[in-house]
Design a protein around this ligand. Structure first.
Ligand code: BG6
Length: 455
Protein backbone atom coordinates (compact mmCIF):
# COMPACT_ATOMS: atom_id res chain seq x y z
CA UNK A 1 0.00 0.00 0.00
CA UNK A 2 1.28 3.44 -0.95
CA UNK A 3 -0.07 6.43 0.92
CA UNK A 4 0.70 9.93 -0.34
CA UNK A 5 0.31 12.97 1.88
CA UNK A 6 -0.04 16.17 -0.14
CA UNK A 7 -1.71 14.42 -3.06
CA UNK A 8 -3.41 17.65 -4.15
CA UNK A 9 -0.14 19.59 -4.27
CA UNK A 10 2.12 20.83 -7.00
CA UNK A 11 4.74 18.08 -6.89
CA UNK A 12 2.07 15.40 -7.22
CA UNK A 13 0.56 17.23 -10.16
CA UNK A 14 3.88 17.72 -11.97
CA UNK A 15 5.77 14.56 -11.04
CA UNK A 16 4.01 11.94 -8.94
CA UNK A 17 1.01 11.02 -11.09
CA UNK A 18 3.26 10.87 -14.12
CA UNK A 19 5.64 8.54 -12.23
CA UNK A 20 2.76 6.34 -11.04
CA UNK A 21 1.37 6.14 -14.55
CA UNK A 22 4.78 5.19 -15.95
CA UNK A 23 5.21 2.53 -13.26
CA UNK A 24 1.78 1.12 -14.10
CA UNK A 25 2.67 1.02 -17.78
CA UNK A 26 6.00 -0.64 -17.07
CA UNK A 27 4.24 -3.23 -14.89
CA UNK A 28 6.05 -2.21 -11.70
CA UNK A 29 3.07 -0.82 -9.78
CA UNK A 30 0.99 -3.38 -7.96
CA UNK A 31 -0.33 -1.68 -4.81
CA UNK A 32 -3.40 0.34 -3.94
CA UNK A 33 -2.73 4.07 -3.46
CA UNK A 34 -4.37 6.27 -0.85
CA UNK A 35 -4.04 10.03 -1.25
CA UNK A 36 -4.40 12.36 1.73
CA UNK A 37 -4.96 16.12 1.64
CA UNK A 38 -7.08 18.86 3.16
CA UNK A 39 -9.11 19.54 0.00
CA UNK A 40 -12.76 18.63 0.06
CA UNK A 41 -12.43 15.85 -2.54
CA UNK A 42 -13.68 12.28 -2.85
CA UNK A 43 -12.21 9.32 -4.77
CA UNK A 44 -13.71 10.50 -8.04
CA UNK A 45 -12.39 14.05 -7.63
CA UNK A 46 -8.90 12.68 -6.95
CA UNK A 47 -9.10 10.42 -9.99
CA UNK A 48 -10.16 13.20 -12.33
CA UNK A 49 -7.42 15.47 -10.93
CA UNK A 50 -4.88 12.66 -11.47
CA UNK A 51 -6.16 11.99 -14.99
CA UNK A 52 -5.73 15.66 -15.90
CA UNK A 53 -2.24 15.69 -14.35
CA UNK A 54 -1.13 12.67 -16.40
CA UNK A 55 -2.66 14.07 -19.57
CA UNK A 56 -0.80 17.34 -19.00
CA UNK A 57 2.58 15.66 -18.45
CA UNK A 58 2.51 12.57 -20.71
CA UNK A 59 2.08 12.76 -24.47
CA UNK A 60 -0.69 10.39 -25.66
CA UNK A 61 -0.98 8.30 -22.51
CA UNK A 62 -2.00 4.68 -22.93
CA UNK A 63 -5.71 4.58 -21.92
CA UNK A 64 -5.59 1.14 -20.40
CA UNK A 65 -2.56 1.88 -18.22
CA UNK A 66 -3.98 5.23 -17.18
CA UNK A 67 -7.34 3.71 -16.18
CA UNK A 68 -5.59 0.93 -14.29
CA UNK A 69 -3.48 3.45 -12.37
CA UNK A 70 -6.53 5.62 -11.59
CA UNK A 71 -8.45 2.59 -10.34
CA UNK A 72 -5.80 2.15 -7.63
CA UNK A 73 -6.49 5.61 -6.17
CA UNK A 74 -8.68 6.42 -3.20
CA UNK A 75 -8.89 9.55 -1.09
CA UNK A 76 -8.83 10.44 2.59
CA UNK A 77 -9.67 14.03 3.42
CA UNK A 78 -8.30 15.64 6.55
CA UNK A 79 -6.19 18.09 8.47
CA UNK A 80 -2.77 16.63 9.32
CA UNK A 81 -3.04 17.98 12.87
CA UNK A 82 -6.25 16.04 13.68
CA UNK A 83 -6.36 12.51 15.07
CA UNK A 84 -9.54 11.84 13.06
CA UNK A 85 -7.58 12.10 9.80
CA UNK A 86 -5.32 9.25 10.87
CA UNK A 87 -8.26 7.16 12.09
CA UNK A 88 -9.86 7.49 8.66
CA UNK A 89 -6.54 6.64 7.06
CA UNK A 90 -6.23 3.57 9.26
CA UNK A 91 -9.58 2.32 7.97
CA UNK A 92 -8.50 2.98 4.39
CA UNK A 93 -5.22 1.11 4.91
CA UNK A 94 -7.13 -1.95 6.17
CA UNK A 95 -4.72 -4.79 6.78
CA UNK A 96 -1.81 -3.39 4.70
CA UNK A 97 1.20 -5.07 6.27
CA UNK A 98 4.01 -2.74 5.18
CA UNK A 99 2.62 0.61 4.09
CA UNK A 100 4.84 3.19 2.43
CA UNK A 101 4.00 6.77 3.40
CA UNK A 102 5.22 9.43 1.01
CA UNK A 103 5.26 12.94 2.48
CA UNK A 104 5.20 15.52 -0.30
CA UNK A 105 4.08 18.31 2.00
CA UNK A 106 5.65 21.53 3.34
CA UNK A 107 8.66 20.64 5.54
CA UNK A 108 7.02 22.32 8.56
CA UNK A 109 4.43 19.50 8.53
CA UNK A 110 6.78 16.47 8.34
CA UNK A 111 6.96 15.99 12.11
CA UNK A 112 3.19 16.58 12.60
CA UNK A 113 2.29 13.88 10.10
CA UNK A 114 4.81 11.39 11.44
CA UNK A 115 3.51 11.95 14.99
CA UNK A 116 -0.04 11.46 13.77
CA UNK A 117 0.95 8.20 12.09
CA UNK A 118 2.68 7.05 15.28
CA UNK A 119 -0.26 7.89 17.50
CA UNK A 120 -2.63 5.98 15.24
CA UNK A 121 -0.34 2.94 15.46
CA UNK A 122 0.42 2.99 11.73
CA UNK A 123 4.21 2.89 11.68
CA UNK A 124 5.19 -0.52 13.02
CA UNK A 125 6.26 -2.01 9.70
CA UNK A 126 6.01 1.15 7.65
CA UNK A 127 8.54 3.23 5.73
CA UNK A 128 8.28 6.97 5.30
CA UNK A 129 9.62 8.87 2.31
CA UNK A 130 10.46 12.48 3.12
CA UNK A 131 10.77 15.07 0.35
CA UNK A 132 13.59 17.58 0.36
CA UNK A 133 14.59 19.95 1.86
CA UNK A 134 15.50 17.97 4.99
CA UNK A 135 15.93 20.92 7.34
CA UNK A 136 17.03 24.40 6.30
CA UNK A 137 20.41 24.31 8.07
CA UNK A 138 22.53 22.06 10.27
CA UNK A 139 20.57 22.62 13.51
CA UNK A 140 17.12 22.29 11.98
CA UNK A 141 18.14 19.06 10.20
CA UNK A 142 19.14 17.65 13.61
CA UNK A 143 15.90 18.83 15.19
CA UNK A 144 13.75 17.40 12.43
CA UNK A 145 15.54 14.10 12.68
CA UNK A 146 15.06 13.98 16.45
CA UNK A 147 11.34 14.55 16.01
CA UNK A 148 11.08 11.82 13.39
CA UNK A 149 13.18 9.43 15.45
CA UNK A 150 10.71 9.72 18.36
CA UNK A 151 8.43 7.66 16.16
CA UNK A 152 10.60 5.95 13.52
CA UNK A 153 13.88 4.04 13.28
CA UNK A 154 16.53 5.46 10.92
CA UNK A 155 15.99 2.48 8.61
CA UNK A 156 12.33 3.46 8.20
CA UNK A 157 13.13 6.99 6.97
CA UNK A 158 13.81 7.43 3.24
CA UNK A 159 15.10 10.94 2.47
CA UNK A 160 14.60 11.71 -1.21
CA UNK A 161 17.11 13.51 -3.39
CA UNK A 162 15.74 13.02 -6.89
CA UNK A 163 19.19 13.60 -8.42
CA UNK A 164 20.22 10.21 -7.03
CA UNK A 165 17.38 8.63 -9.02
CA UNK A 166 18.72 10.01 -12.32
CA UNK A 167 20.14 7.27 -14.52
CA UNK A 168 23.19 9.35 -15.58
CA UNK A 169 24.05 10.00 -11.95
CA UNK A 170 24.12 6.23 -11.43
CA UNK A 171 26.18 5.98 -14.63
CA UNK A 172 28.92 7.99 -12.89
CA UNK A 173 29.42 5.22 -10.36
CA UNK A 174 29.51 2.62 -13.12
CA UNK A 175 31.95 4.54 -15.26
CA UNK A 176 34.26 5.04 -12.28
CA UNK A 177 34.20 1.48 -11.01
CA UNK A 178 33.62 -0.60 -14.13
CA UNK A 179 36.83 0.73 -15.69
CA UNK A 180 40.14 0.10 -14.01
CA UNK A 181 41.99 2.58 -16.24
CA UNK A 182 40.42 5.54 -14.45
CA UNK A 183 41.37 4.70 -10.90
CA UNK A 184 45.14 5.32 -11.17
CA UNK A 185 44.60 8.87 -12.44
CA UNK A 186 41.62 9.76 -10.24
CA UNK A 187 43.50 11.69 -7.57
CA UNK A 188 45.54 14.77 -6.72
CA UNK A 189 48.59 13.48 -8.62
CA UNK A 190 46.77 13.79 -11.94
CA UNK A 191 43.68 15.95 -11.40
CA UNK A 192 44.29 19.66 -11.03
CA UNK A 193 40.72 20.63 -10.10
CA UNK A 194 37.08 19.70 -10.66
CA UNK A 195 34.20 21.81 -11.87
CA UNK A 196 30.51 21.17 -11.46
CA UNK A 197 27.78 23.18 -13.15
CA UNK A 198 24.03 22.92 -12.63
CA UNK A 199 22.55 25.53 -14.93
CA UNK A 200 18.94 26.28 -15.78
CA UNK A 201 17.85 28.65 -18.51
CA UNK A 202 14.60 29.60 -16.78
CA UNK A 203 13.68 31.52 -13.65
CA UNK A 204 11.71 30.50 -10.58
CA UNK A 205 8.39 30.82 -12.45
CA UNK A 206 5.49 30.20 -10.07
CA UNK A 207 7.69 28.98 -7.19
CA UNK A 208 8.51 32.43 -5.82
CA UNK A 209 7.29 31.76 -2.29
CA UNK A 210 9.26 28.53 -1.95
CA UNK A 211 12.39 29.78 -3.66
CA UNK A 212 12.68 33.14 -1.92
CA UNK A 213 12.91 31.32 1.40
CA UNK A 214 15.46 28.83 0.10
CA UNK A 215 17.87 30.12 -2.58
CA UNK A 216 20.30 28.20 -4.78
CA UNK A 217 22.55 27.05 -1.93
CA UNK A 218 19.74 25.19 -0.14
CA UNK A 219 17.80 24.31 -3.26
CA UNK A 220 20.44 22.49 -5.27
CA UNK A 221 23.96 22.80 -3.81
CA UNK A 222 23.61 21.32 -0.30
CA UNK A 223 21.79 18.34 -1.80
CA UNK A 224 22.00 17.65 -5.56
CA UNK A 225 25.47 19.06 -6.22
CA UNK A 226 27.08 17.59 -3.12
CA UNK A 227 25.48 14.19 -3.64
CA UNK A 228 26.90 14.03 -7.16
CA UNK A 229 30.33 15.17 -5.96
CA UNK A 230 30.12 12.42 -3.34
CA UNK A 231 29.87 9.83 -6.13
CA UNK A 232 32.65 11.52 -8.09
CA UNK A 233 35.04 11.75 -5.18
CA UNK A 234 34.31 8.82 -2.85
CA UNK A 235 36.57 5.82 -2.40
CA UNK A 236 35.56 2.63 -4.22
CA UNK A 237 32.74 0.86 -2.40
CA UNK A 238 33.63 -2.44 -0.81
CA UNK A 239 31.24 -5.37 -0.68
CA UNK A 240 27.75 -5.46 -2.00
CA UNK A 241 25.72 -4.50 1.02
CA UNK A 242 23.21 -1.71 0.47
CA UNK A 243 25.26 0.71 2.58
CA UNK A 244 28.59 0.25 0.81
CA UNK A 245 28.18 3.33 -1.39
CA UNK A 246 26.49 5.40 1.28
CA UNK A 247 29.34 4.64 3.71
CA UNK A 248 31.96 5.80 1.23
CA UNK A 249 30.03 8.96 0.47
CA UNK A 250 29.82 9.68 4.18
CA UNK A 251 33.61 9.40 4.54
CA UNK A 252 34.07 11.72 1.58
CA UNK A 253 31.79 14.36 3.13
CA UNK A 254 33.52 13.95 6.49
CA UNK A 255 36.77 14.84 4.75
CA UNK A 256 35.22 17.89 3.09
CA UNK A 257 36.25 21.11 4.77
CA UNK A 258 33.53 23.47 6.01
CA UNK A 259 33.17 25.88 3.09
CA UNK A 260 34.93 29.24 3.26
CA UNK A 261 32.64 32.29 2.87
CA UNK A 262 35.59 34.09 1.23
CA UNK A 263 35.35 31.53 -1.58
CA UNK A 264 31.62 31.99 -2.18
CA UNK A 265 29.84 34.33 -4.58
CA UNK A 266 26.09 34.80 -4.72
CA UNK A 267 24.11 36.29 -7.57
CA UNK A 268 20.50 37.27 -8.22
CA UNK A 269 19.06 37.63 -11.71
CA UNK A 270 17.51 40.96 -12.63
CA UNK A 271 13.76 40.54 -12.40
CA UNK A 272 13.76 38.00 -9.55
CA UNK A 273 12.31 40.57 -7.11
CA UNK A 274 9.35 41.10 -9.44
CA UNK A 275 8.38 37.41 -9.34
CA UNK A 276 5.07 36.76 -7.57
CA UNK A 277 5.55 36.12 -3.81
CA UNK A 278 9.21 37.21 -3.82
CA UNK A 279 10.02 40.07 -1.43
CA UNK A 280 10.66 43.40 -3.16
CA UNK A 281 13.98 43.69 -1.28
CA UNK A 282 14.90 40.01 -1.43
CA UNK A 283 18.59 39.14 -1.09
CA UNK A 284 18.05 35.47 -1.91
CA UNK A 285 20.60 34.05 -4.34
CA UNK A 286 19.47 32.54 -7.62
CA UNK A 287 23.10 31.80 -8.49
CA UNK A 288 25.91 30.48 -6.36
CA UNK A 289 29.57 29.79 -7.11
CA UNK A 290 31.93 28.33 -4.56
CA UNK A 291 35.07 26.36 -3.92
CA UNK A 292 35.18 23.22 -1.79
CA UNK A 293 38.22 21.38 -0.49
CA UNK A 294 38.51 17.76 0.55
CA UNK A 295 41.17 16.91 3.10
CA UNK A 296 41.94 13.31 2.31
CA UNK A 297 44.78 11.39 0.68
CA UNK A 298 43.07 11.33 -2.71
CA UNK A 299 41.97 14.94 -3.04
CA UNK A 300 44.02 17.18 -0.73
CA UNK A 301 44.80 20.41 -2.55
CA UNK A 302 42.41 19.77 -5.47
CA UNK A 303 39.73 22.47 -5.55
CA UNK A 304 36.16 21.41 -6.32
CA UNK A 305 34.53 24.41 -8.01
CA UNK A 306 30.74 24.43 -8.11
CA UNK A 307 28.30 26.83 -9.73
CA UNK A 308 24.53 26.61 -10.03
CA UNK A 309 21.84 29.02 -10.99
CA UNK A 310 18.60 30.02 -12.64
CA UNK A 311 18.28 32.16 -15.78
CA UNK A 312 21.69 31.11 -17.10
CA UNK A 313 22.40 30.67 -20.83
CA UNK A 314 21.44 26.99 -21.03
CA UNK A 315 20.03 24.01 -19.11
CA UNK A 316 22.80 21.59 -18.32
CA UNK A 317 24.26 19.63 -15.49
CA UNK A 318 27.79 18.24 -15.61
CA UNK A 319 31.00 17.55 -13.71
CA UNK A 320 34.44 17.90 -15.26
CA UNK A 321 37.76 16.74 -13.91
CA UNK A 322 40.54 18.91 -15.30
CA UNK A 323 43.91 17.16 -15.38
CA UNK A 324 47.32 18.70 -14.90
CA UNK A 325 48.89 20.43 -17.89
CA UNK A 326 51.55 18.54 -19.79
CA UNK A 327 55.00 20.11 -19.69
CA UNK A 328 56.04 22.38 -22.54
CA UNK A 329 58.06 20.25 -25.00
CA UNK A 330 59.24 20.35 -28.58
CA UNK A 331 55.78 19.97 -30.09
CA UNK A 332 53.09 22.48 -30.89
CA UNK A 333 55.47 25.32 -31.78
CA UNK A 334 56.66 25.55 -28.23
CA UNK A 335 53.16 26.10 -26.87
CA UNK A 336 51.79 24.14 -23.95
CA UNK A 337 48.70 22.06 -24.69
CA UNK A 338 45.53 22.72 -22.74
CA UNK A 339 44.89 20.21 -19.94
CA UNK A 340 42.83 17.09 -20.62
CA UNK A 341 39.25 17.12 -19.37
CA UNK A 342 36.99 14.27 -18.43
CA UNK A 343 33.35 15.34 -18.32
CA UNK A 344 30.35 13.47 -16.97
CA UNK A 345 27.23 14.99 -18.49
CA UNK A 346 24.03 14.42 -16.57
CA UNK A 347 21.94 16.66 -18.76
CA UNK A 348 21.15 17.10 -21.63
CA UNK A 349 21.99 13.86 -23.44
CA UNK A 350 23.84 12.00 -20.69
CA UNK A 351 27.31 10.81 -21.50
CA UNK A 352 30.99 11.30 -20.87
CA UNK A 353 33.79 12.89 -22.87
CA UNK A 354 37.53 12.69 -22.58
CA UNK A 355 39.16 15.68 -24.25
CA UNK A 356 42.57 14.83 -25.67
CA UNK A 357 44.70 16.96 -27.99
CA UNK A 358 46.17 16.07 -31.34
CA UNK A 359 48.09 17.77 -34.11
CA UNK A 360 46.03 19.89 -36.40
CA UNK A 361 45.95 18.31 -39.87
CA UNK A 362 47.29 21.28 -41.77
CA UNK A 363 49.56 22.82 -39.18
CA UNK A 364 51.56 22.36 -36.04
CA UNK A 365 48.97 23.60 -33.57
CA UNK A 366 47.14 21.53 -31.00
CA UNK A 367 43.58 20.60 -31.76
CA UNK A 368 41.01 19.00 -29.44
CA UNK A 369 40.28 15.33 -30.17
CA UNK A 370 37.34 14.12 -28.13
CA UNK A 371 36.45 10.60 -27.09
CA UNK A 372 32.74 10.62 -26.43
CA UNK A 373 30.51 7.97 -24.93
CA UNK A 374 26.79 8.58 -24.81
CA UNK A 375 25.41 6.52 -21.95
CA UNK A 376 23.27 3.56 -22.93
CA UNK A 377 19.66 4.72 -23.13
CA UNK A 378 16.34 3.27 -23.99
CA UNK A 379 14.55 6.44 -24.95
CA UNK A 380 11.12 6.70 -23.37
CA UNK A 381 11.48 3.62 -21.23
CA UNK A 382 14.38 4.54 -18.93
CA UNK A 383 12.91 5.00 -15.49
CA UNK A 384 12.65 8.66 -14.54
CA UNK A 385 13.97 9.71 -11.12
CA UNK A 386 10.68 9.66 -9.22
CA UNK A 387 9.58 6.46 -10.87
CA UNK A 388 12.85 4.80 -9.93
CA UNK A 389 12.87 6.10 -6.35
CA UNK A 390 9.22 5.34 -5.59
CA UNK A 391 9.69 1.86 -7.06
CA UNK A 392 12.79 1.31 -4.92
CA UNK A 393 10.98 2.55 -1.82
CA UNK A 394 8.05 0.19 -2.46
CA UNK A 395 10.50 -2.68 -2.90
CA UNK A 396 12.43 -1.87 0.27
CA UNK A 397 15.61 -0.82 -1.61
CA UNK A 398 17.16 2.10 0.25
CA UNK A 399 20.52 2.55 -1.48
CA UNK A 400 19.51 5.68 -3.37
CA UNK A 401 18.05 7.51 -0.38
CA UNK A 402 20.20 9.76 1.79
CA UNK A 403 21.03 8.83 5.36
CA UNK A 404 20.90 11.26 8.25
CA UNK A 405 24.67 11.09 8.86
CA UNK A 406 25.32 12.27 5.29
CA UNK A 407 22.62 14.94 5.40
CA UNK A 408 24.24 16.33 8.57
CA UNK A 409 27.68 16.36 6.96
CA UNK A 410 26.46 18.23 3.90
CA UNK A 411 24.77 20.85 6.08
CA UNK A 412 27.99 21.14 8.12
CA UNK A 413 29.93 21.85 4.93
CA UNK A 414 27.63 24.67 3.74
CA UNK A 415 26.73 26.12 7.17
CA UNK A 416 29.43 28.87 7.15
CA UNK A 417 27.99 30.08 3.84
CA UNK A 418 24.52 30.27 5.35
CA UNK A 419 25.90 32.12 8.37
CA UNK A 420 28.00 34.55 6.31
CA UNK A 421 26.34 34.70 2.90
CA UNK A 422 27.92 38.00 1.85
CA UNK A 423 26.46 40.41 -0.64
CA UNK A 424 24.27 39.25 -3.49
CA UNK A 425 25.44 40.48 -6.93
CA UNK A 426 22.90 41.19 -9.66
CA UNK A 427 23.26 39.52 -13.07
CA UNK A 428 21.48 39.73 -16.35
CA UNK A 429 19.30 36.77 -17.27
CA UNK A 430 20.95 34.68 -19.95
CA UNK A 431 24.50 35.25 -18.64
CA UNK A 432 26.73 33.00 -16.52
CA UNK A 433 25.92 34.86 -13.31
CA UNK A 434 27.75 37.88 -11.92
CA UNK A 435 31.29 38.59 -13.21
CA UNK A 436 32.41 38.28 -9.58
CA UNK A 437 31.97 34.49 -9.91
CA UNK A 438 35.24 34.51 -11.90
CA UNK A 439 37.06 35.42 -8.67
CA UNK A 440 36.37 31.92 -7.38
CA UNK A 441 38.50 30.28 -10.06
CA UNK A 442 40.92 33.18 -10.71
CA UNK A 443 44.60 32.28 -10.79
CA UNK A 444 43.81 28.58 -11.21
CA UNK A 445 41.51 28.24 -14.18
CA UNK A 446 38.42 29.72 -15.83
CA UNK A 447 34.90 28.31 -15.77
CA UNK A 448 34.73 25.80 -18.62
CA UNK A 449 32.07 26.14 -21.27
CA UNK A 450 29.64 23.28 -20.75
CA UNK A 451 29.82 20.36 -23.13
CA UNK A 452 26.59 20.64 -25.07
CA UNK A 453 25.31 18.18 -27.68
CA UNK A 454 26.83 18.93 -31.04
CA UNK A 455 29.76 20.95 -29.66
C1 BG6 B 1 14.77 20.71 -7.60
C2 BG6 B 1 14.85 22.17 -7.32
O1 BG6 B 1 15.12 19.96 -6.47
O2 BG6 B 1 15.67 20.39 -8.65
C3 BG6 B 1 14.52 22.97 -8.56
O3 BG6 B 1 13.93 22.51 -6.28
C4 BG6 B 1 15.40 22.55 -9.71
O4 BG6 B 1 14.67 24.36 -8.32
C5 BG6 B 1 15.36 21.04 -9.87
O5 BG6 B 1 14.90 23.17 -10.88
C6 BG6 B 1 16.40 20.57 -10.89
O6 BG6 B 1 16.22 19.21 -11.15
P1 BG6 B 1 15.84 18.68 -12.62
O7 BG6 B 1 15.81 17.20 -12.47
O8 BG6 B 1 14.52 19.27 -12.96
O9 BG6 B 1 16.92 19.20 -13.49
Amino acid sequence: MLCIFGISGDLAKKMTFRALYRMQKAGTLDVPIVGVALDDWDDEALRSHARAAVEATVKDPDREALDAMLARLSYVQGDYGEAGTFERLKRALGDAAQPLFYLEIPPSLFATVVKGLGQAGLVDHAHVVIEKPFGHDFDSALELNEELREVLEEGQILRIDHYLGKEPVMDITYLRFANSILEPIWNRNFVSHLQMTIAEDFGVDDRGRFYDAVGAMRDVIQNHALQVLGLIGMEPPTGNDPDSIRDQKLDFFRAMRAADPERYVRGQYDGFREVKDVAADSTTETFAALELQVDNWRWAGVPFFVRAGKCLPTKCSEVTAVFRRPPQLGVGHGKTAEPNHLTFRIEPEPGSRMRLFQKRATGEEFEPADLEVLFEREPGSDPEPYERLLGDALNGIHTLFTRQDTVEQTWRVVQPLLDHPGKVHPYEPGTWGPAKANDIVKGITHWSDPWLPGT
